[in-house]
Design a protein around this ligand. Structure first.
Ligand code: ZN
Ligand code: ZN
Length: 373
């Protein structure tokens, strides 16, 4: 198959839509500003985002091949999805050719947004990313589960996909658990790399990976896509935490996955209180600043310390099968990452090294943002 044919197979022409041209756009034909009149005028291609005056629009532009613009390496073209559908029942060899035709630099991005995080920022992001990418690659996690959304990876070239999780650390954990499920179901070759756009409070994982503590619309979404394209990957240890009763008990051990840290004692109680209150009166916790203040308030309550007295006598801690002797303190925090409790750096200014955590359970590749942090 010739190269031009390969491109022709996936190639698609511009998709011009009249109006909705962003201010300060430039006409791709005459180079002058367009979209400046206060009426429905001029055209924008929904794939490459190029803009053209009504008067400059010609027949050539309507049939010209669209290169999908700046974000072509992240976009999943509709024609690709159509071709996969056609090839589903045909021989594997055609499918391999289709994949090869997309080129090696194609790293399609799946956006998973928690629309319940960070006020209505999640909703804003869903609509903005749908405008810049194929709407079919942008998912609202209140409507589609991460595992279901990640099934899109299985029709993309192996080891090519990236995922941008828009939400808090809890949302990231939810997506990483879905990635684990993909491994269990034999989809190792389709596991995506994970990038994070932190929303709301308590984004310690995102902070550790260099994605910042919280996004509230400070930079345009185009810049976020550029950051995703430029990011390096890094590996993250993930732990399985099992809680068992020491005495005779019919209760099954509780097993959880840990990405950031786990804690027992006043700190844990503080987080639990915070969570319970937020569930009860969400309106009170709508601002990130208020959230932080409330978190701090819970942290200073002396009664929490009282409730967690003699913890070292009640709890036994084992890491990697090794029993850890607990100091006579009020609480225990086991860290996997550098940030803790919504932006504190625990390891700074401390003489003692934390317990060295070794690699354990599944390892997931995450993305580190190399630019400014
Ligand atoms: Zn175009
Ligand atoms: Zn023009």
């Amino acid at each position: 198959m010739g190269r031009s044919e390969e491109i022709g197979r996936i190639g698609q022409s511009h998709h011009w839509v009249r109006g909705n041209v962003p201010l300060c756009s430039q006409c791709m034909v005459c180079g002058q500003q367009c979209g400046s009149q206060p009426k429905l005028c001029d055209y924008r291609c929904i794939w490459c985002q190029r803009t053209v005056h009504d008067d400059c629009m010609g027949g050539d532009l309507k049939t010209e091949n669209c290169d999908l613009g700046e974000f072509r390496s992240l976009i999943i073209p509709s024609n690709y999805l159509w071709a996969v559908k056609q090839l589903k029942r045909s021989k594997n060899v055609d499918y391999m050719k289709l994949i090869a035709s997309m080129g090696r630099n194609w790293t399609p991005l799946i956006v998973l947004a928690n629309t319940r995080s960070g006020n209505n920022m999640g909703e804003v992001l869903v609509s903005e990313f749908k405008g810049l990418l194929n709407p079919l690659q942008v998912f609202d996690l209140s409507k589609t589960s991460p595992f279901k959304a990640l099934q899109l990876c299985s029709i993309l070239p192996p080891n090519s996909a990236k995922v941008l999780v828009c939400g808090g650390d809890g949302t990231v954990g939810w997506v990483l658990d879905a990635v684990d499920e993909m491994k269990i179901k034999g989809q190792e070759n389709f596991i995506p790399q994970v990038a994070v756009l932190p929303l709301g409070t308590g984004n310690d994982l995102a902070n550790t990976l260099g994605w910042g503590a919280g996004y509230a619309g400070e930079v345009p979404v185009e810049q976020i896509l550029r950051n995703v394209m430029e990011a390096d990957s890094t590996k993250l240890d993930r732990w399985k935490v099992q809680v068992t009763n020491k005495g005779y008990s019919l209760r099954k051990p509780k097993v959880m996955s840990m990405n950031n840290y786990f804690s027992v004692g006043p700190d844990a109680l503080m987080a639990l209180n915070f969570h319970t209150h937020r569930e009860k009166t969400p309106s009170l916790f709508s601002s990130r600043l208020v959230n932080k203040a409330v978190y701090l308030f819970y942290g200073t309550k002396d009664c929490l310390v009282q409730e967690c007295k003699d913890l070292d006598k009640k709890v036994e801690l084992e890491l990697d099968g090794e029993k850890i002797s607990l100091p006579n303190l009020e609480g225990i925090v086991v860290l996997n990452i550098g940030y803790w409790g919504g932006g504190c750096r625990l390891w700074e200014g401390m003489g003692d090294e934390p317990y060295p955590l070794s690699s354990q359970t599944s390892i997931v590749t995450t993305k580190r943002f190399t630019g400014e942090t």
